[in-house]
Write a protein of this length. Structure first.
Lengths: 167, 117
């Protein structure tokens, strides 16, 4: 059961990622991106990371994908069906990514330490468990992340809106 | 692997790692091959997502009773921080795209050669 669900959603998210990088219409690319994020959220659920799955749906599918859609609509020019072209050296990119994938796959498949099946999971993964970790052991990075998000929001508004020159 | 094993093909750590590697390489190809700035940002998001899959998969599969109970979800926390940084990155990145678009009426990276002459 879990195996079938895994393969359905793993193939879905990889196929959607393929659509993101090959689609000629950038609107379709952005919608494929949301689909790919959704498939990854299901993979998180299969790995007992419930809270991360919820965060993935809320932030990636609900936030980032929609923000990308808005940015596309704000900057679209010309024919939408040719809005996402490849550049002249795309063949080199394909070559390098294929070689990298072959290398990683070789390492993963030949490493006997990683050929393991899941043991029963008893240590949670809910919001309570993660918040205990975030507010004790990882408190300083957590606060730094809060500062980073605030600075990023202010910076994004200033960059996108522009600052009026004051006398 | 013989054929009788195929009927109960189980999903292990290496399967998740291969999914992550595939997503990462597709994102890498997008960064290399795309002309549109927003398409490049989307490909970077794909790559960050692939890294998150690896964090959670290692946390799930290399788990055992000997790990200190206070650190048992460290992979989840790392993935959470990656998500936070990705959100900040995409906010600033899209603001930069809009700012560049306002000045040049273009989002094509091949035309962003102000510093080259």
């Amino acid at each position: 059961m879990g195996t079938v669900v895994f393969f359905i959603f793993a193939i879905l998210s990889i196929a959607a990622a393929w659509g993101v990088v090959t689609s000629k219409n950038i609107m379709h690319s952005a919608l494929y991106l949301a689909l790919s994020f959704l498939g990854v959220a299901v993979l998180y659920i299969l790995m007992n990371a419930d809270y991360l799955a919820a965060v993935q749906l809320l932030i990636y599918t609900g936030g980032i994908a929609i923000m990308v859609l808005f940015a596309i609509m704000l900057t679209l020019r010309g024919e939408v069906s040719e809005s996402n072209p490849e550049n002249s050296i795309w063949g080199w990119g394909a070559l390098i990514s294929t070689l990298l994938f072959i290398t990683i796959a070789f390492v993963v498949l030949t490493n006997a330490d990683w050929r393991i099946l899941p043991t029963p999971w008893t240590s949670g993964g809910s919001a309570t468990d993660i918040s205990l970790l975030l507010l004790t052991k990882f408190m300083v990075p957590f606060e730094a992340a809060a500062v980073l998000l605030t600075v990023a929001i202010v910076g994004a508004v200033i960059l996108a809106k522009g600052v009026k020159e004051s006398k | 692997m013989n054929l009788s094993n195929l009927s109960n093909l189980s999903v292990g750590l290496s399967t998740y790692l291969l999914v992550g590697a595939m997503l990462f390489c597709l994102g890498l190809y997008g960064v290399f091959a795309k002309k549109n700035m927003i398409a490049i940002l989307m490909s970077i998001e794909l790559m960050l997502n692939a890294v998150n899959i690896n964090f959670v998969a290692f946390n799930r599969f290399l788990w055992n009773q000997k790990v200190d109970v206070h650190y048992i979800l460290t992979g989840h926390v790392a993935a959470l921080f990656v998500i936070i940084v990705a959100a900040a990155e995409v906010a600033v990145g899209l603001a930069l795209v809009i700012a560049v678009y306002r000045n040049r009426q273009s989002t094509n990276v091949d035309e962003l050669n102000w510093l080259k002459w």
